[in-house]
Design a protein around this ligand. Structure first.
Ligand SMILES: NC(=O)c1ccc[n+]([C@@H]2O[C@H](COP(=O)([O-])OP(=O)(O)OC[C@H]3O[C@@H](n4cnc5c(N)ncnc54)[C@H](OP(=O)(O)O)[C@@H]3O)[C@@H](O)[C@H]2O)c1
Length: 370
């Protein structure tokens, strides 16, 4: 079977290794056997994520023990199940969160992180839950030629899994939102990078959970996309964040800020939090080092979290997947949360997909089809 790896982690002389770009290789590997509590998925679509792109360029080291094969989420059909797995059977259509290995013909996943597809039938041309074309950078040809009614639901699931799990971990488990929208009335969530994979998903989930949602993006045009996705108001991140949050919420501020920016907005984020607010840092796109105004944090009872989904204990990831299936998949089926597909690429063109992510004009996420 073919697996996608970082070129620097392969031996280029090995005949099983085929270079497919400056940083990536397809490697022929033996088909793995699912162990106890595992399933083997025949991958129809895998999500493209920033960590893979950074890893392939030597700018991100995955947690120890992660599979060498890239890819943190996939959707496909169960090929076989290991001992002790009773829920899944050969041929079931599923999606899964994995710690690596999704960008391949076949992928091992832990039973607890396997979910049914949120949508089982999705017509890419007709279905309003499918959103190509928010971005001029979308590869419309790739979308049209590769996505059929049969594969669209898998591609949508593949990009949704990691983004929605990250959103749930940070907004609900860490940020304290309730799965019941009535409990969240009046709570304000600010999403940085609202056009990205996590951001576009977080805006929609927070809105569907009954919150007031604000967002930031890299230009006025992209801020408008955040509003189309469901944000009440959105800011070009070059503008004054605390003033924007004050204007939108009065003296309240944001109860939760989901930040892909890290140090880039840290000081302004702390200024923009409501009393007892939580800053959940998930990315460092704007830098890694900043000063902390501890007086403000102490006087307003603020918390800062910086956690990665990938390195959470298995039971936490399984609980998040369980919550997605219970609380988020129904929102997807109702059209309240819509996966935003920026582009769909054959596995052989993974290098182009990675370039498209780095180019940064996409909205939503790219998927690879093995
Ligand atoms: N901690 C975790 O568990 C976890 C999980 C998933 C992802 N992540 C991380 O979260 C980040 C976003 O992931 P993603 O999948 O959403 O990536 P993505 O689809 O590439 O989106 C990134 C978004 O960030 C915005 N952005 C770019 N540079 C920025 C900056 N300097 N400051 C603020 N925003 C900036 C971009 O918006 P504009 O183009 O509009 O500027 C873009 O829409 C990545 O760093 C990723 O590694 C972390």
């Amino acid at each position: 079977m073919r697996t996608l790896s970082t070129l620097s982690e392969t031996c280029p002389e090995d005949p099983a290794v085929r270079r497919i770009g400056p940083h990536l290789a397809l490697v022929d590997a033996a088909v793995p056997e699912p162990g106890p509590g595992q399933v083997l998925i025949r991958v129809v679509a895998a999500g493209v994520n920033r960590a893979d792109v950074a890893q392939s360029r030597g700018r991100y080291v995955p947690p120890a023990g992660s599979p060498l094969t890239l890819g943190l989420a996939c959707a496909g059909m169960i090929a076989s199940v290991g001992p002790g797995v009773s829920r899944w059977h050969e041929g079931d259509a599923v999606c899964a969160l994995v710690a690596g290995g999704a960008c391949a013909d076949l992928c091992l996943a832990d039973d607890g992180e396997v979910m049914p597809l949120p949508l089982t039938d999705l017509d890419p041309a007709q279905d309003p839950r499918y959103h190509p074309g928010f971005s001029a950078a979308s590869d419309e040809d790739a979308l049209q030629t590769r996505l059929t009614r049969g594969t669209a639901a898998f591609a949508a699931a593949a990009i949704l899994v990691e983004a929605s799990a990250t959103t749930w971990l940070n907004l609900v488990r860490i940020g304290g939102l309730s799965p019941a929208p009535a409990d969240n009335e009046g709570r304000v969530v600010l999403v940085h990078g609202g056009t990205g994979n996590v951001g576009s998903t977080a805006i929609q989930i927070a809105r569907a959970l009954g919150c007031r949602v604000l967002a930031t993006a890299g230009s006025p045009e992209r801020a408008l996309v955040c509003v189309k996705l469901g944000a009440e108001a959105a800011l070009d991140r070059a503008d004054d964040l605390p003033a924007f949050v004050r204007a939108q919420t009065g003296r309240h501020g944001a109860d939760i800020i989901l930040s892909v920016s890290g140090a880039g907005s840290f000081a302004d984020d702390v200024k923009s939090l409501a009393n007892h607010g939580t800053l959940a840092v998930i990315g460092l796109l704007g830098g890694t080092r900043s000063e902390i105004d501890l007086e403000r944090m102490l006087s307003r009872n603020l918390s800062v979290h910086a956690e990665t989904l990938r390195s959470q204990p298995e039971q936490v990831k399984a609980a998040v997947c369980d919550a997605l299936e219970t609380h988020v998949w129904p929102l997807v089926r109702r059209g309240l949360v819509r996966p935003v597909l920026a582009g769909v690429w054959p596995l052989e063109e993974a290098a182009r997909a990675h370039e498209a992510v780095l180019h940064g004009e996409h909205v939503g996420a790219h998927a690879l089809l093995p």
